[in-house]
Write a new protein. Structure first.
Length: 118
C-alpha cells in the first residue's frame, strides 16, 4: 500500500512553467510501482498525462503534452515529478498522481490545482 501527496500546483500565465511533486509513503517500496500523472478539467473525464516505469527507463506521454512536459522519479526521495513547460490555458485542471503494480491504477493522491491564464 502507498500514500500519495501532490504539491506544486498554482496559477501561472500562459507560456510559464510549473513543477509538480508527488511524495509517496507506505510499506511497499516506491520502486515497485509504475507511476503516473493524470488530470481532470471541469466537465471533462480524467485523462492520463504521463507514465513512468518502475526504474524510470520508460516514459510515455499524452500527445497533447509531448515536448512540453517531463515525468521523472527520484527513488531516494520516494518522489514523482512532472515538469510542465510552455503551459497553455488548456492545461488547466486538477492534476493527480497515481500508482499501480498491475494493470489497474490503484492508489491516488488528493490532487493539486493548476490554472493557466491567457
Amino acid at each position: 500500500q502507498v500514500q500519495l501527496v501532490e504539491s506544486g500546483g498554482g496559477l501561472v500565465q500562459a507560456g510559464g512553467s510549473l513543477r509538480l511533486s508527488c511524495a509517496a509513503s507506505g510499506r511497499t517500496l516506491f520502486s515497485s510501482y509504475y507511476m503516473g500523472w493524470f488530470r481532470q478539467a471541469p466537465g471533462k473525464e480524467r485523462e492520463i498525462v504521463a507514465e513512468i516505469s518502475r526504474g524510470g527507463g520508460s516514459r510515455t506521454y499524452a500527445n497533447s503534452v509531448k515536448g512540453r512536459f517531463t515525468i521523472s522519479r527520484d527513488a531516494a526521495k520516494n518522489t514523482l515529478y512532472l515538469q510542465m513547460n510552455g503551459l497553455i490555458p488548456e492545461d488547466t485542471a486538477v492534476y493527480y498522481c497515481a500508482a499501480r503494480q498491475s494493470v489497474s491504477w490503484t492508489y491516488w493522491g488528493q490532487g493539486t490545482q493548476v490554472t493557466v491564464s491567457s
